[in-house]
Design a protein around this ligand. Structure first.
Ligand code: BGC
Length: 354
């Protein structure tokens, strides 16, 4: 009899341990909502964050939304239902998450906007990103240095591309680059033959390579039948891929038609290969390990109810409020420094960029 009672007691203890164990796990759930797996960077961002959050002891729900807004909304709703305490969101359309975020706030779930600001919602608690304006500035400065514009060289023919119009970052990239290049456009050292500089004219929906390729095709046909384009300002790598495909088809990369100075961003392996082949000049390197570390610090501070680390409380107004942000610093990679930045740092192996 005594044996049966003590066995029962042990079973009750085991059951309650399992039960509290399970509920304390629930208190530990973090959601990570990424936009798409079609671009290398978001796979790296997602994987890095998952690994680092798990290392820090959290249970992670990681989802990719195939660039479909509805899918991302239902993934976020599902994370709320599954008990996530903090959700990290790299949005597809920065203006489309108001409803889901209101629901999160009701359940006291905290939201960290990741890389892209979420707009028009008061329920964005923090923002972690690379300094997006600085990304554009570095691209602009790279062009100035490559063509010795400060010593008066030129005139050079330039065309400008913009990112996806539903991505808040696209406007910062463009602003940083164009503010930096403006003096040389104004004094005629840089000539934009198409005259297209407004975001409505230059933006590429969904950051699609095909969109950039067909706009570049059109520009070359309409404005460059009798001259070469010397510079193409591309905000990121997926666009640069499309631009190079178009340039190649038009005969660039030959003796009398050198590739233009072409910018990019993300250091995708495809584009690092393009740097090595001389088809693209530079790419902004945003080390996703740095951003993941930053987000893990933010998540931990939220969960521990301590002060969340931010370094900018002025720049990112989402239309409703200024979102306290942490801005990491981007750098550029090109043929001269890629080895140190990308290989020696362990970001890629030599094999990945062969
Ligand atoms: C990111 C870039 C990326 C682009 C396309 C932007 O919001 O900041 O790094 O190239 O989206 O995915």
């Amino acid at each position: 009899m005594r044996k049966t009672i003590s066995m029962l007691l042990v079973m009750v203890m085991l059951f309650s341990f399992a039960f509290t164990g399970c509920s304390s796990n629930k208190d530990n759930v973090i959601g990570v909502a990424m936009p798409t797996q079609s671009l290398q960077r978001w796979n790296q961002d997602g994987a890095n964050m998952k690994a680092k959050l798990e290392e820090a002891g959290y249970e992670v729900i990681l989802e990719y939304a195939d660039n479909k807004v509805d899918q991302q909304v239902s993934q976020i709703e599902n994370m709320i239902t599954r008990g996530a305490k903090v959700i990290v969101v790299a949005s597809i359309d920065g203006t489309a998450l108001k409803g889901a975020l209101a629901q999160a706030a009701k359940e006291d779930v905290k939201i960290i906007a990741y890389d892209r600001l979420i707009r028009d919602s008061e329920n964005v608690d923090f923002y972690a990103t690379f300094d997006n304006y600085l990304v554009g500035q570095i691209q602009g400065e790279y062009i100035i240095e490559s063509l010795a514009l400060e010593s008066g060289a030129g005139p050079f023919n330039m065309e400008v591309f913009g990112g996806s119009p539903d991505d808040n970052n696209a406007y910062f990239f463009n602003g940083g680059a164009m503010d930096t290049l403006k003096p040389y456009i104004d004094n005629g050292q840089l000539v934009i033959n198409s005259g297209q500089t407004d975001m409505e004219q230059i933006a590429i929906q969904g950051w699609k390579s095909e969109g950039a390729q067909s706009r570049m095709d059109n520009l070359l046909t309409a404005f460059y039948s009798d001259k070469n384009v010397d510079i193409v300002l591309s905000p990121n790598d997926s666009l640069a891929q499309g631009i190079v495909a178009s340039l190649k088809a038009a005969g660039y990369g030959s003796a009398d038609k050198a590739y233009p100075v072409l910018t990019g961003q993300d250091c995708d392996t495809t584009n690092v290969k393009m740097l090595l082949a001389g088809e693209q000049s530079m790419s902004i390197f945003k080390d996703t390990r740095t951003l993941a570390d930053q987000v893990v610090d933010m998540v931990s501070a939220i969960m521990d109810e301590t002060t969340v680390p931010v370094n900018d409380t002025e720049t990112y107004n989402n239309g409703v409020k200024v979102v306290p942000s942490f801005l990491c610093e981007p750098v550029f990679a090109d043929i001269n420094n890629y080895k140190e930045l990308l290989i020696d740092s362990g970001y890629y192996t030599e094999d990945q960029i062969k």
